[in-house]
Design a protein around this ligand. Sequence first.
Ligand code: AMP
Length: 420
Amino acid sequence: MNINRPRGTNDILPSESYKWQQVEAKVRDICYRYGYQEIRTPIFEHTELFERGIGETTDIVEKEMYTFVDRGDRSITLRPEGTAPVVRAFIENNLYAGQLPAKLYYMGPMFRYEKPQAGRYRQFTQFGVEAIGSMDPVLDVEMITLPIELYKACGLAGFEVHINSLGCPKCRSEYRNQLQAMLAAKADQFCESCQSRINRNPLRVLDCKSPKCRELLKDIPSIQDYLCPECREHFDQVTTSLDQLGINYVVDPHLVRGFDYYTKTVFGILVPTLGAQNAIGGGGRYDGLVEEIGGKSMPAVGFAVGMERLLLALAQENIAFNEPKAAGYVAHFGGKTKQAAVKLVHDLRQAGLWVEMDYLDRSLKAQMKSADKLQSQWVIMIGEDELAQNLVKIRWMNTGNEEQVALDQVAEYLASKREG
Ligand code: AMP
């Protein structure tokens, strides 16, 4: 029986991995410019971290976590998201003592037991950023502009930014109560999952995708009308600053997110043409989370970008990547010529070039074919007679021109060609 990869996971093959590397390089470059430094936390954490951090009545905690008891009888969970672990690490390593806000980013696999489909996997990759230790709406704006800069740097055009405010515990609870009462009055008309959410997490009803529920939600009042003066002012400052930066956005009062920890600003970035899984990133402010996880009270804001979906969106827009190409290929005819090839390849690799050779004792024709596939700029042929005179032949693949070069001068010759 064949053993296949688990459902909802992906193999990223060489034909794709170079694209990932190029997007990852853009991520690191943008984080550098915005002053965010990388943090690497464990892939698994104590289950309690997510129960407390994400919220016990969220879909993720209720039914999507990969949780198991380890051999030491501890309940362990593969991380379903990156914010709670970063906040845990911030507290545990006393990063309060450093410069505030702490500006951190991460990139790596997350795990959720979801129903797999295009753009939704059980293991997926997130790049995320967290700024811990400031209330400033300027940071909320930075969290929106940074992923936008990434999408633009990748060449993506067709995305939309949606923003909302979820208020603070004070104004949100008033809205939550009103909302709950209104939803409860027509509870039997909502879909099954909304019916169960009305009591436990009524805000989540707002982003139900079912057309029937959406219709029922049409006359529901907007959380925007319930914001307290402080939350209103914060949100207005965010939108004013976005306007000033020329960033287009839509205020979407139905935008809520899958975690309980959000306060004030939330946002989502989507590519409408991507289909059902069209969110390519999202985030918001989470002023209560540090305290919830056991730290001092400290405001914070962050976002996460789904890397698989970003790559899907780029593929959909036919964005080109730089395909990896070998600098050159050293062809040989076995025996002494192979020994000479091994030495030459070794020297040229030491000089920093991607140089390939044949490992299957194939004909020159087959070797030339390999060189072509690798898009080599040149092929060096080491023939027996020439080797006896310490010479090799080099063919430039784009012109077909051939030259003879002394074997011990090849590196200098290639360097002079590169400079020229
Ligand atoms: P979230 O952590 O749920 O706010 O998600 C942030 C981003 O991660 C989303 O906008 C998606 O791009 C991506 N994402 C979330 N869940 C999945 C999944 N199951 N598979 C692939 N990407 C995901």
